[in-house]
Design a protein around this ligand. Structure first.
Ligand code: URA
Ligand code: ZN
Length: 386
Protein backbone atom coordinates (compact mmCIF):
# COMPACT_ATOMS: atom_id res chain seq x y z
CA UNK A 1 0.00 0.00 0.00
CA UNK A 2 1.36 3.42 -0.89
CA UNK A 3 1.62 5.89 1.99
CA UNK A 4 -0.44 8.28 -0.09
CA UNK A 5 -3.42 6.00 0.43
CA UNK A 6 -3.29 5.59 4.21
CA UNK A 7 -6.43 6.52 6.12
CA UNK A 8 -5.45 8.43 9.26
CA UNK A 9 -7.84 9.38 12.07
CA UNK A 10 -6.71 12.45 14.03
CA UNK A 11 -9.83 12.78 16.17
CA UNK A 12 -10.42 9.59 18.13
CA UNK A 13 -10.64 9.27 21.89
CA UNK A 14 -10.05 6.94 24.79
CA UNK A 15 -10.22 6.84 28.55
CA UNK A 16 -7.08 5.03 29.62
CA UNK A 17 -7.85 2.36 32.27
CA UNK A 18 -6.15 4.45 34.96
CA UNK A 19 -8.36 7.43 34.07
CA UNK A 20 -11.51 5.27 33.95
CA UNK A 21 -10.67 4.09 37.50
CA UNK A 22 -10.51 7.71 38.64
CA UNK A 23 -13.92 8.35 37.08
CA UNK A 24 -15.34 5.24 38.77
CA UNK A 25 -14.05 6.38 42.16
CA UNK A 26 -15.98 9.66 42.02
CA UNK A 27 -19.44 10.41 43.37
CA UNK A 28 -20.07 13.52 41.27
CA UNK A 29 -19.45 14.39 37.61
CA UNK A 30 -17.24 13.63 35.85
CA UNK A 31 -17.84 10.02 36.79
CA UNK A 32 -18.68 6.54 35.59
CA UNK A 33 -21.47 4.88 37.51
CA UNK A 34 -22.93 1.41 37.33
CA UNK A 35 -26.71 1.11 37.41
CA UNK A 36 -29.41 -1.34 36.48
CA UNK A 37 -30.79 -0.74 33.01
CA UNK A 38 -34.58 -0.79 32.47
CA UNK A 39 -34.20 -4.43 31.37
CA UNK A 40 -32.61 -5.25 34.74
CA UNK A 41 -29.03 -5.64 33.46
CA UNK A 42 -26.12 -3.82 35.02
CA UNK A 43 -24.68 -1.09 32.80
CA UNK A 44 -21.96 1.55 33.06
CA UNK A 45 -22.93 5.16 32.36
CA UNK A 46 -20.68 8.11 31.66
CA UNK A 47 -21.64 11.43 33.23
CA UNK A 48 -19.29 14.20 32.18
CA UNK A 49 -21.26 17.23 31.05
CA UNK A 50 -22.71 19.84 33.36
CA UNK A 51 -26.47 19.21 33.55
CA UNK A 52 -25.84 15.89 31.77
CA UNK A 53 -29.02 15.00 29.86
CA UNK A 54 -30.59 11.53 29.60
CA UNK A 55 -28.77 10.06 32.61
CA UNK A 56 -25.46 10.20 30.76
CA UNK A 57 -24.27 7.89 28.01
CA UNK A 58 -23.39 4.20 27.87
CA UNK A 59 -19.67 3.56 28.29
CA UNK A 60 -17.74 0.32 27.86
CA UNK A 61 -14.55 -1.33 26.61
CA UNK A 62 -14.61 0.66 23.37
CA UNK A 63 -13.44 3.59 25.56
CA UNK A 64 -10.41 1.88 27.15
CA UNK A 65 -9.52 -1.37 25.41
CA UNK A 66 -6.81 -1.10 22.75
CA UNK A 67 -8.10 -4.19 20.93
CA UNK A 68 -11.51 -2.53 20.63
CA UNK A 69 -9.87 0.58 19.10
CA UNK A 70 -7.97 -1.59 16.62
CA UNK A 71 -11.11 -3.57 15.79
CA UNK A 72 -12.95 -0.33 15.07
CA UNK A 73 -10.03 0.87 12.92
CA UNK A 74 -9.99 -2.40 10.96
CA UNK A 75 -13.73 -2.30 10.46
CA UNK A 76 -13.48 1.16 8.88
CA UNK A 77 -10.19 0.76 7.01
CA UNK A 78 -8.36 3.18 9.31
CA UNK A 79 -4.61 2.54 9.17
CA UNK A 80 -3.38 4.98 11.82
CA UNK A 81 -5.08 6.73 14.74
CA UNK A 82 -3.86 9.70 16.74
CA UNK A 83 -5.61 8.88 19.98
CA UNK A 84 -6.48 11.53 22.57
CA UNK A 85 -8.00 11.34 26.02
CA UNK A 86 -11.66 12.29 25.95
CA UNK A 87 -13.09 15.22 27.89
CA UNK A 88 -12.92 16.50 30.57
CA UNK A 89 -9.25 15.48 30.82
CA UNK A 90 -7.72 16.64 34.12
CA UNK A 91 -9.67 19.88 34.31
CA UNK A 92 -11.52 18.95 37.50
CA UNK A 93 -8.46 18.05 39.59
CA UNK A 94 -6.30 20.24 41.85
CA UNK A 95 -2.87 20.92 40.37
CA UNK A 96 -0.75 18.42 42.40
CA UNK A 97 -3.09 15.53 41.50
CA UNK A 98 -3.37 16.67 37.89
CA UNK A 99 0.42 16.84 37.60
CA UNK A 100 0.97 13.32 38.94
CA UNK A 101 -1.87 11.81 36.91
CA UNK A 102 -0.73 13.58 33.71
CA UNK A 103 2.70 11.98 34.02
CA UNK A 104 1.22 8.55 34.65
CA UNK A 105 -1.32 8.81 31.85
CA UNK A 106 1.27 10.02 29.36
CA UNK A 107 3.44 7.01 30.20
CA UNK A 108 0.38 4.76 29.85
CA UNK A 109 -0.43 6.34 26.48
CA UNK A 110 3.12 5.84 25.24
CA UNK A 111 2.85 2.11 26.08
CA UNK A 112 -0.62 1.91 24.55
CA UNK A 113 0.77 3.25 21.26
CA UNK A 114 4.24 1.67 21.18
CA UNK A 115 2.88 -1.74 22.25
CA UNK A 116 0.36 -1.74 19.42
CA UNK A 117 0.91 -3.10 15.90
CA UNK A 118 2.71 -1.44 13.00
CA UNK A 119 1.20 -0.57 9.64
CA UNK A 120 1.73 -3.74 7.63
CA UNK A 121 2.93 -1.96 4.51
CA UNK A 122 5.27 0.38 6.39
CA UNK A 123 6.72 -1.34 9.45
CA UNK A 124 8.43 1.84 10.63
CA UNK A 125 4.97 3.36 11.15
CA UNK A 126 2.88 2.34 14.15
CA UNK A 127 -0.90 2.16 13.94
CA UNK A 128 -1.32 4.20 17.11
CA UNK A 129 0.10 7.57 18.09
CA UNK A 130 -1.19 9.90 20.74
CA UNK A 131 -1.96 13.34 22.09
CA UNK A 132 -0.75 13.65 25.68
CA UNK A 133 -2.14 15.58 28.62
CA UNK A 134 -0.82 18.56 30.55
CA UNK A 135 -1.81 19.48 34.11
CA UNK A 136 -3.45 22.59 32.67
CA UNK A 137 -5.65 23.43 35.65
CA UNK A 138 -6.09 26.43 37.97
CA UNK A 139 -2.99 26.97 40.07
CA UNK A 140 -0.61 25.31 37.60
CA UNK A 141 2.71 27.21 37.70
CA UNK A 142 3.94 28.31 34.25
CA UNK A 143 7.32 26.63 34.72
CA UNK A 144 5.66 23.32 35.58
CA UNK A 145 3.64 23.46 32.36
CA UNK A 146 6.68 24.26 30.24
CA UNK A 147 8.62 21.47 31.95
CA UNK A 148 5.74 19.05 31.27
CA UNK A 149 5.85 20.00 27.58
CA UNK A 150 9.57 19.39 27.21
CA UNK A 151 9.30 16.13 29.18
CA UNK A 152 6.58 14.92 26.82
CA UNK A 153 8.62 15.79 23.76
CA UNK A 154 11.77 14.15 25.21
CA UNK A 155 10.34 10.99 26.72
CA UNK A 156 7.44 9.84 24.61
CA UNK A 157 8.20 9.40 20.91
CA UNK A 158 4.68 8.20 20.06
CA UNK A 159 3.04 11.24 21.63
CA UNK A 160 2.98 13.83 18.87
CA UNK A 161 0.82 16.50 20.44
CA UNK A 162 -1.34 17.45 23.39
CA UNK A 163 -5.08 17.80 23.74
CA UNK A 164 -6.30 20.84 25.67
CA UNK A 165 -9.61 22.25 26.77
CA UNK A 166 -10.72 25.85 26.32
CA UNK A 167 -10.13 26.72 29.99
CA UNK A 168 -6.37 27.17 30.21
CA UNK A 169 -5.51 27.62 33.88
CA UNK A 170 -9.00 28.92 34.57
CA UNK A 171 -9.05 32.19 32.63
CA UNK A 172 -9.28 30.91 29.06
CA UNK A 173 -6.72 30.80 26.28
CA UNK A 174 -6.06 34.57 26.16
CA UNK A 175 -4.56 34.46 29.66
CA UNK A 176 -1.10 36.11 29.75
CA UNK A 177 -0.10 33.39 32.24
CA UNK A 178 -0.07 30.95 29.30
CA UNK A 179 2.67 32.79 27.36
CA UNK A 180 5.51 30.49 28.51
CA UNK A 181 3.37 27.47 27.62
CA UNK A 182 2.73 28.70 24.07
CA UNK A 183 6.45 29.40 23.73
CA UNK A 184 7.45 25.88 24.76
CA UNK A 185 4.79 24.28 22.59
CA UNK A 186 5.93 26.30 19.59
CA UNK A 187 9.53 25.32 20.31
CA UNK A 188 8.84 21.57 20.54
CA UNK A 189 6.48 21.52 17.56
CA UNK A 190 3.95 19.39 19.45
CA UNK A 191 0.52 19.77 17.82
CA UNK A 192 -2.07 21.37 20.11
CA UNK A 193 -5.49 19.79 19.63
CA UNK A 194 -8.11 22.22 20.95
CA UNK A 195 -11.27 20.35 21.96
CA UNK A 196 -14.48 21.56 23.64
CA UNK A 197 -16.18 20.22 26.72
CA UNK A 198 -18.13 23.00 28.44
CA UNK A 199 -20.42 24.20 25.65
CA UNK A 200 -22.32 27.39 26.37
CA UNK A 201 -24.77 28.25 29.14
CA UNK A 202 -27.40 25.50 29.40
CA UNK A 203 -30.04 28.26 29.67
CA UNK A 204 -29.69 28.66 25.91
CA UNK A 205 -31.16 25.17 25.42
CA UNK A 206 -34.59 25.78 26.98
CA UNK A 207 -36.48 23.15 28.92
CA UNK A 208 -37.54 20.63 26.27
CA UNK A 209 -35.64 17.31 26.40
CA UNK A 210 -33.53 17.23 23.24
CA UNK A 211 -31.07 14.64 24.55
CA UNK A 212 -27.44 15.60 23.88
CA UNK A 213 -28.18 17.27 20.54
CA UNK A 214 -27.95 20.96 21.46
CA UNK A 215 -24.83 20.81 23.66
CA UNK A 216 -23.00 18.57 21.17
CA UNK A 217 -24.13 20.01 17.84
CA UNK A 218 -24.05 23.67 18.88
CA UNK A 219 -22.54 24.14 22.33
CA UNK A 220 -19.30 22.29 21.51
CA UNK A 221 -18.47 24.22 18.32
CA UNK A 222 -19.54 27.59 19.83
CA UNK A 223 -17.18 26.95 22.72
CA UNK A 224 -14.27 26.24 20.37
CA UNK A 225 -15.13 29.31 18.30
CA UNK A 226 -15.05 31.63 21.31
CA UNK A 227 -11.88 30.13 22.79
CA UNK A 228 -9.83 30.30 19.59
CA UNK A 229 -11.09 33.80 18.77
CA UNK A 230 -9.95 35.02 22.19
CA UNK A 231 -6.54 33.44 21.57
CA UNK A 232 -6.27 35.20 18.21
CA UNK A 233 -7.38 38.55 19.65
CA UNK A 234 -4.75 38.26 22.40
CA UNK A 235 -2.08 38.16 19.68
CA UNK A 236 -0.89 34.65 20.61
CA UNK A 237 -0.32 33.68 16.96
CA UNK A 238 1.51 36.96 16.31
CA UNK A 239 3.96 36.21 19.11
CA UNK A 240 4.14 32.44 18.45
CA UNK A 241 3.72 31.97 14.71
CA UNK A 242 5.11 28.43 14.93
CA UNK A 243 2.41 27.25 17.30
CA UNK A 244 0.61 24.36 15.59
CA UNK A 245 -3.08 24.42 16.49
CA UNK A 246 -5.56 21.76 15.36
CA UNK A 247 -9.19 22.77 15.87
CA UNK A 248 -11.87 20.20 16.65
CA UNK A 249 -15.05 19.95 14.57
CA UNK A 250 -13.61 21.93 11.66
CA UNK A 251 -13.08 25.04 13.78
CA UNK A 252 -16.71 25.36 14.87
CA UNK A 253 -18.24 28.56 13.52
CA UNK A 254 -14.95 30.42 13.06
CA UNK A 255 -14.67 29.93 9.27
CA UNK A 256 -18.26 31.14 8.79
CA UNK A 257 -17.72 34.16 11.04
CA UNK A 258 -14.14 35.11 10.14
CA UNK A 259 -14.98 38.03 7.83
CA UNK A 260 -17.48 39.38 10.32
CA UNK A 261 -14.81 39.10 12.99
CA UNK A 262 -12.34 40.97 10.77
CA UNK A 263 -14.86 43.73 10.17
CA UNK A 264 -15.75 44.07 13.87
CA UNK A 265 -12.03 44.40 14.68
CA UNK A 266 -11.55 47.08 12.00
CA UNK A 267 -14.42 49.08 13.46
CA UNK A 268 -13.53 48.78 17.09
CA UNK A 269 -11.32 51.45 18.65
CA UNK A 270 -10.08 48.99 21.30
CA UNK A 271 -8.95 46.40 18.78
CA UNK A 272 -7.95 48.42 15.73
CA UNK A 273 -4.20 48.10 15.23
CA UNK A 274 -3.73 45.43 17.90
CA UNK A 275 -3.18 42.49 15.57
CA UNK A 276 -0.38 42.14 13.04
CA UNK A 277 -2.76 40.71 10.40
CA UNK A 278 -6.34 40.79 9.19
CA UNK A 279 -8.28 38.34 11.42
CA UNK A 280 -8.87 35.99 8.47
CA UNK A 281 -5.14 35.46 8.04
CA UNK A 282 -4.94 33.42 11.27
CA UNK A 283 -7.21 30.73 9.84
CA UNK A 284 -4.53 29.97 7.31
CA UNK A 285 -2.06 29.30 10.16
CA UNK A 286 -4.14 26.55 11.78
CA UNK A 287 -5.34 23.02 10.99
CA UNK A 288 -8.94 21.80 11.05
CA UNK A 289 -10.29 18.32 11.48
CA UNK A 290 -12.77 17.18 8.85
CA UNK A 291 -15.38 16.14 11.43
CA UNK A 292 -18.19 18.17 9.86
CA UNK A 293 -20.34 15.38 8.33
CA UNK A 294 -21.09 17.29 5.11
CA UNK A 295 -19.30 17.96 1.81
CA UNK A 296 -20.58 21.54 1.49
CA UNK A 297 -19.24 22.39 4.96
CA UNK A 298 -15.83 20.84 4.29
CA UNK A 299 -15.57 22.67 0.96
CA UNK A 300 -16.51 25.94 2.62
CA UNK A 301 -13.98 25.57 5.44
CA UNK A 302 -11.13 24.69 3.10
CA UNK A 303 -12.04 27.51 0.69
CA UNK A 304 -12.14 30.02 3.57
CA UNK A 305 -8.90 28.73 5.06
CA UNK A 306 -7.25 28.76 1.61
CA UNK A 307 -8.24 32.38 0.99
CA UNK A 308 -7.08 33.24 4.51
CA UNK A 309 -3.62 31.88 3.79
CA UNK A 310 -3.28 34.67 1.24
CA UNK A 311 -2.86 32.40 -1.76
CA UNK A 312 -6.40 32.86 -2.98
CA UNK A 313 -6.60 36.61 -2.45
CA UNK A 314 -5.33 37.60 -5.87
CA UNK A 315 -8.53 36.67 -7.63
CA UNK A 316 -6.81 35.07 -10.66
CA UNK A 317 -7.65 31.47 -11.49
CA UNK A 318 -4.17 30.27 -10.50
CA UNK A 319 -4.41 32.08 -7.14
CA UNK A 320 -7.81 30.59 -6.44
CA UNK A 321 -6.51 27.11 -7.32
CA UNK A 322 -3.46 27.54 -5.09
CA UNK A 323 -5.63 28.83 -2.22
CA UNK A 324 -7.91 25.83 -2.60
CA UNK A 325 -4.97 23.41 -2.40
CA UNK A 326 -3.59 25.21 0.63
CA UNK A 327 -7.01 25.07 2.34
CA UNK A 328 -7.41 21.35 1.63
CA UNK A 329 -3.91 20.67 2.96
CA UNK A 330 -4.97 21.96 6.38
CA UNK A 331 -7.89 19.58 6.84
CA UNK A 332 -7.62 16.11 8.37
CA UNK A 333 -9.99 13.17 8.62
CA UNK A 334 -11.39 12.27 12.05
CA UNK A 335 -14.12 10.09 13.56
CA UNK A 336 -14.71 11.21 17.18
CA UNK A 337 -14.81 7.47 18.09
CA UNK A 338 -16.07 6.07 20.47
CA UNK A 339 -18.66 8.83 20.62
CA UNK A 340 -21.57 8.73 18.16
CA UNK A 341 -21.97 4.93 18.00
CA UNK A 342 -24.82 3.67 15.80
CA UNK A 343 -28.20 3.42 17.48
CA UNK A 344 -28.75 -0.29 17.13
CA UNK A 345 -27.79 -1.15 13.56
CA UNK A 346 -24.72 -3.37 13.10
CA UNK A 347 -21.89 -2.78 10.63
CA UNK A 348 -19.93 0.34 9.87
CA UNK A 349 -20.61 3.43 11.95
CA UNK A 350 -22.76 5.98 10.19
CA UNK A 351 -20.80 8.84 11.80
CA UNK A 352 -17.61 7.52 10.16
CA UNK A 353 -19.13 6.69 6.80
CA UNK A 354 -20.71 10.16 6.60
CA UNK A 355 -17.38 11.86 7.22
CA UNK A 356 -15.66 9.72 4.58
CA UNK A 357 -18.44 10.32 2.06
CA UNK A 358 -18.31 14.03 2.76
CA UNK A 359 -14.59 14.08 1.87
CA UNK A 360 -15.29 12.09 -1.31
CA UNK A 361 -17.99 14.56 -2.40
CA UNK A 362 -16.24 17.90 -1.99
CA UNK A 363 -16.53 19.33 -5.51
CA UNK A 364 -13.58 21.69 -5.17
CA UNK A 365 -11.11 18.96 -4.16
CA UNK A 366 -8.98 16.97 -6.59
CA UNK A 367 -8.29 13.29 -5.90
CA UNK A 368 -4.90 14.36 -4.55
CA UNK A 369 -6.54 16.88 -2.16
CA UNK A 370 -8.88 14.15 -0.88
CA UNK A 371 -6.00 11.73 -0.31
CA UNK A 372 -4.33 14.51 1.64
CA UNK A 373 -7.37 15.00 3.87
CA UNK A 374 -7.76 11.24 4.35
CA UNK A 375 -4.19 10.72 5.48
CA UNK A 376 -1.24 12.49 3.90
CA UNK A 377 -1.87 15.86 5.63
CA UNK A 378 -1.78 14.15 9.02
CA UNK A 379 1.46 12.32 8.26
CA UNK A 380 2.99 15.64 7.24
CA UNK A 381 1.66 17.58 10.24
CA UNK A 382 2.85 14.96 12.72
CA UNK A 383 6.24 14.48 11.11
CA UNK A 384 5.62 10.92 9.93
CA UNK A 385 6.03 11.45 6.21
CA UNK A 386 8.76 9.32 4.69
N1 URA B 1 -19.16 13.93 23.24
C1 URA B 1 -18.17 14.21 24.10
O1 URA B 1 -18.39 14.36 25.29
N2 URA B 1 -16.95 14.33 23.62
C2 URA B 1 -16.66 14.17 22.33
O2 URA B 1 -15.51 14.27 21.98
C3 URA B 1 -17.70 13.87 21.45
C4 URA B 1 -18.95 13.75 21.93
ZN1 ZN C 1 -13.98 14.67 20.19
Amino acid sequence: MSLRKLLVDVHTHLYLPRYASVLRSRSNAPRILTRNSPSGQSEDRLLILDDEPSGGRPVGPQYWDRDEKLKFMDQHGIDISFVSSANPWLDFLPFPEAQELAQQLNADLESYCSGGPSVVSAVELKRLYGFGLLPLVPGAPSEALSEAVSQLARQHPHIRGIIISTQGVGEGLDDPALEPLWASLAETGLVVFLHPHYGVSAQAWGTRDNGHVLPLALGFPFETTTAITRLILAGVLDRHPNLRLLLAHSGGALPQLSSRLASCIEHDPVLAGRLAHDARWYLGRMWFDAVAYGAAELGFVSETVGRASGCGQGGGTADVRRGRKEGASRMLFGTDHPFFPPLGEAGKWRSVVENLEAIERVDQWSEEDKEGVRGRNALTLFGLSP
